[in-house]
Each structure stands twice: as structure tokens, then as C-alpha cells.
Design a protein around this ligand. Structure first.
Ligand code: NAP
Length: 277
């Protein structure tokens, strides 16, 4: 019998995880199947119980359930607990255990594309303070000497986010306007808001006009492949990265967590690129 995995969200029809996961199972000769499940808010608890009853061995969690799913899991690992968000669940000894590693997936993608093993004293700007920014800030805050500015439309949310840091000696909260003015101070800018995502592709949280020489700009949006901010950054001479590698890595890491099998995230990225182009 096939092992069953899945993703819950609402909306979920747009998710590309079924495509890349099922392709990876096939390529690696795994007897498994991945299904997207559209779940209504009021049905979340019943849906989780149902997934356990029919033997789903692991599932990913996306908007709007990353926090809401926590009360219905049997255990949550300490990092996901701290972030108050779960993005992957694994069935272990009769229990559903929640984890969160989207920030680590983004960090791995960043380091690989920058050709670095670690960060040291970089000055970093995070645009946004939502769920994805939370995980990214948590992952970045493990580096003691990086300087992080967080800019968000709702500054109170950025203040909340700062409390999550592992070490946050060098974290400041600034406005989006200040971020735009000071853009030439940053070695790395990471765009985590939903602004610029398809279909609103002509929008951007800030105008890129005067980046620091050698700056690296990452946008975690993957549709479109080049958002307005990434296009401006590239035209200003920056090295850029979209969210595809982060998405592929999260899927590859989930498969490894659920089955112990390593799969190629590069192959997943090829599929994503083909599908989205
Ligand atoms: P979220 O929790 O809803 O946060 C949304 C963020 O966008 C907040 O900072 C919000 O600011 C800001 N924002 C939204 N509309 C805005 C507007 N009109 N003006 C200014 N700021 C605005 O969402 P999320 O889960 O963090 O996801 C954010 C984006 O990341 C989405 O596009 C998602 O697809 C993408 N993502 C990609 C990956 C990947 O694997 N590549 C993983 C996760 C997420 P306020 O706080 O002021 O509302």
C-alpha cells in the first residue's frame, strides 16, 4: 500500500507541492502519494483527526493554518512552539508532531546562492513581519553579529517579531519609508511580504534606486519568478534570488523527515520553473 502525505491550506488549489512531491516519489521509486486538502476553518480539528484515522504519515501546513493547527497536534517541537507556527507535521508513534523549518530552508538557499558557509557581520533588511518573516528572522538571529532591521507596514507586528530573536542585540524596527531611504546600507535585503505576488505583479513594498554595491536581494515570492523589486534590484546591479529554492528545499526536507530518503531539490526547482514559466 502507498504511504500517504499531503498539505492542508485554504485556498490550496494553487499549491505546487503535489506536483513536485509526486514527481520526486516517482523518480526515487518511492511507493507514496501526496495530496492537497482544502480545509475549512471550522473543520480543521475534524480534518486532522480524519487524516490520522486514515493513516496519513505526514503533512505540510500552509496559510491560514500554521498557527491554528497547533492545538490539534499531539506535540510541537520547541522551535515551532516558540515561533507559534508549524509548517510540517510528522506521524511518530501514534502522534502528530509539528515542526517549523521554512526559515532554515530560506537560509540554506541564501547561503548557497551567496556562496557562503555562514553569516558574520552582514547588515540585513527584512521587509515584512508576517509568518514567513518570523521564521526567517528566527533563523537569521542565530548569527550573533549580524545587524538586522525589520521594516513592516504595521510596525507593532515588527516589534512583536523582534521578541522572537535568539539573540537580538542588533535588531531595529524601522518604517518602510526609512528602509527605502537607507537601502544603500544593506548587504542583504529579504522581501517577505505578499506584495508583488501574482496577479498584482506591478506592486512593490519599496522602490530600489540606490543599493549598496554587491548587495544581495532575496524575494521569497516565486510567482512571478521575478517580482518588481527583484527586477529593479537586478537592474541596480544586485545578485537576486526568488522563492523557488526555498519552496523546493522545504518540500525536499519534508520528504527526508517523513521517509528518511534524500531527494534532489534541484530537480524540484526545474519542475517549478517549467510550470511557472
Ligand atoms: P502573512 O503572514 O500574511 O504576512 C504578510 C506580510 O505582508 C505582512 O508583513 C504584511 O504587513 C505585508 N503586507 C501584505 N499586504 C501589504 C500591503 N498592501 N502593504 C504593505 N504590507 C503588506 O504572509 P506569509 O505567510 O508571511 O507569506 C508572505 C509571502 O511569502 C507570500 O507571498 C507567500 O506566498 C510567500 N511565502 C513563500 C514561501 C516559499 O517557500 N518561497 C514560504 C512562505 C511564504 P502587515 O503586518 O502590515 O499586515
Amino acid at each position: 500500500m502507498s504511504e500517504l502525505f499531503g498539505i492542508i491550506g485554504n485556498p490550496i488549489a494553487h499549491s505546487l507541492s503535489p506536483l513536485i512531491q509526486n514527481e520526486a516519489y516517482q523518480l526515487n521509486g518511492m511507493n507514496a502519494y501526496f495530496q492537497a486538502f482544502h480545509v475549512e476553518n471550522e473543520d480543521l480539528e475534524t480534518a486532522i483527526a480524519g487524516m490520522k484515522a486514515i493513516g496519513i504519515k505526514g503533512f505540510m501546513v500552509t496559510v491560514p493554518f500554521k498557527a491554528k493547527v497547533i492545538p490539534f497536534l499531539d506535540e510541537v517541537d520547541p522551535i515551532a512552539e516558540k515561533k507559534k507556527a508549524v509548517n510540517v507535521v510528522k506521524f511518530i508513534d501514534g502522534k502528530y508532531v509539528g515542526y517549523n523549518f521554512d526559515g532554515e530552508a530560506w537560509l540554506q538557499a541564501l547561503l548557497e546562492d551567496m556562496g557562503l558557509k555562514s553569516l558574520s557581520k552582514e547588515t540585513i533588511l527584512i521587509l515584512g513581519a508576517g509568518g514567513a518573516a518570523q521564521s526567517i528572522y528566527y533563523a537569521l538571529s542565530q548569527f550573533e553579529n549580524v545587524h538586522i532591521d525589520i521594516a513592516n507596514r504595521t510596525m507593532e507586528k515588527a516589534e512583536e517579531l523582534k521578541k522572537l530573536g535568539q539573540t537580538h542585540r542588533y535588531t531595529n524596527i524601522i518604517s518602510l519609508e526609512d528602509a527605502e531611504r537607507r537601502q544603500d546600507q544593506y548587504d542583504i535585503i529579504v522581501q517577505t511580504t505578499s506584495i508583488g505576488m501574482w496577479p498584482e505583479t506591478n506592486r512593490s513594498p519599496m522602490n530600489i534606486t540606490h543599493l549598496k554595491k554587491g548587495a544581495f536581494v532575496s524575494d521569497i515570492i516565486y510567482n512571478p519568478a521575478e517580482t518588481k523589486i527583484l527586477k529593479q534590484a537586478r537592474e541596480n546591479g544586485a545578485q537576486t534570488q526568488n522563492g523557488m529554492k526555498m519552496l523546493a528545499l522545504q518540500n525536499a526536507l519534508s520528504i527526508e523527515m517523513w521517509t528518511g530518503q534524500k531527494v534532489s531539490y534541484e530537480r524540484m526547482m526545474e519542475s517549478l520553473e517549467k510550470t511557472l514559466s
